[in-house]
Ligand binder design. Structure first.
Ligand code: AMP
Ligand code: MG
Length: 347
């Protein structure tokens, strides 16, 4: 399949009639799948009402079929079409965070969305993305769009259209290239079906931000305790992994440098993941600086590109600094631990 690249670099008025967006919307209406920029990462969109379209998403990504997709909408009227009820907590969260990086789990109306999109669950995760290209495309096609991250399953999520092409060229109808995404980590997933909201996946909206709006917010025990069964099926899978084994290092810079030296003496090509503050202080085959530790938002924005960069230079082993787990650091550490398969070396 020839994968089209539609470049959209002018986000001005009347985006809904931009010829690239009109073309991409047409493909969605024909149940083809197209990648689109959102404010978190690039998504791989398909008609959420069509089994055919949803099957194409799972096939292109190689995604396990029990991992449900998030449904993307342009306005709240669409939501009423496929959810059974909208609890008060959810209304407050939508008022504050939509459009934005917050996915809310609702009880699903039967018989409207493809059961494959929701992996047979009686609930559905929904969000309204805060990106002009995504919103224009959703508005134009008029369909609820199922869209997981537009990467091969298991790889780091795509934050540039080039990452999408690396993984999915030839497997999807097209990609709308709207430049790099902003937040850089996926949406926060919050379950509002059972009273107190529960965070199932940390992401672009922090626990503190949610609490400011709805008061008490819980965290799914599976996010802190490996032994519990996650309520979000996707959280059990390996994710975000670079090709070389990645180890998180809980210790000082000297300790990390010592680990790097030891592996280089063994003849391995060693990569170090750090931030701008410390990059010049390490000695390794490649030192990649991922944003600034003093502003964790910049680390989130660069994280997946950094992980992919180690693949393009080719290393045998990667050692990474760790980050504080508060605010957006919660999402950063969640993704890094998954990328590392939970391998942590402590001083
Ligand atoms: P991705 O599409 O890669 O951003 O992953 C979507 C995430 O949302 C996965 O971790 C899913 O398990 C989670 N998710 C989607 N729908 C539901 C749902 N109905 N209940 C719980 N988690 C969900
Ligand atoms: Mg994903």
């Amino acid at each position: 399949m020839n994968t089209k690249v539609w470049k959209v670099d002018n986000f001005g008025d009347n985006l809904i009639n931009n010829p690239q967006i009109v073309d991409a919307a047409h493909f969605l209406q024909e149940n083809e799948v197209v990648a689109l920029p959102t404010e978190t990462v690039y998504g791989l969109g398909g008609n959420a009402e069509s089994d055919t379209a949803v099957e194409k998403i799972f096939a292109a990504k190689g995604r396990p079929s029990d991992n449900p997709l998030i449904i993307h909408i342009a306005n709240r009227e669409q939501l009423l079409g496929f959810v059974r009820e909208i609890p008060e907590n959810a209304v407050m969260l939508m008022d504050k965070f939509w459009p934005g990086p917050l996915t809310i789990i609702f009880k699903k109306k039967e018989g409207i969305l493809s059961d494959k999109a929701t992996a047979g669950l009686d609930t559905v995760g929904v969000r309204m993305p805060d990106h002009p290209v995504a919103l224009a495309l959703l508005e134009k096609c008029g369909l609820p769009i199922a869209a997981p991250s537009a990467n091969s399953s298991g790889k780091p999520s795509p934050t540039h259209a080039e990452h999408v092409m690396e993984d999915l060229n030839g497997k999807i109808a097209g990609v709308l290239d709207g430049g790099p995404t902003g937040v850089g980590v996926e949406s926060t997933v919050v379950d509002c079906t059972e009273g107190v909201p529960v965070i199932l996946r940390p992401g672009g909206v922090t626990k503190e931000q949610l609490e400011n709006v709805v008061g008490e917010v819980r965290i799914d025990p599976a996010l802190v305790d490996e032994a519990s069964q996650p309520k979000s099926p996707g959280m059990k899978y390996k994710h975000y992994a670079p090709n070389a084994p990645l180890f998180l290092v809980a210790g000082g810079m000297g300790f990390l440098q010592g680990l790097a030296d030891e592996k280089r003496r063994e003849g391995l090509r060693v990569g170090v993941l750090t931030t701008e503050e410390n990059a010049a202080k390490y000695d390794a085959d490649i030192v990649v600086s991922c944003g600034r530790r003093s502003e964790l938002e910049t680390v989130a924005a660069d994280l997946y590109d950094t992980l992919r960069r180690f693949n393009s230079v080719g290393v045998d082993i990667i050692f990474s600094e760790m980050f504080p787990s508060d605010g957006v650091g919660h999402a950063i550490m969640n993704r890094l631990l998954k990328a590392a398969g939970n391998k942590v070396i402590s001083e």
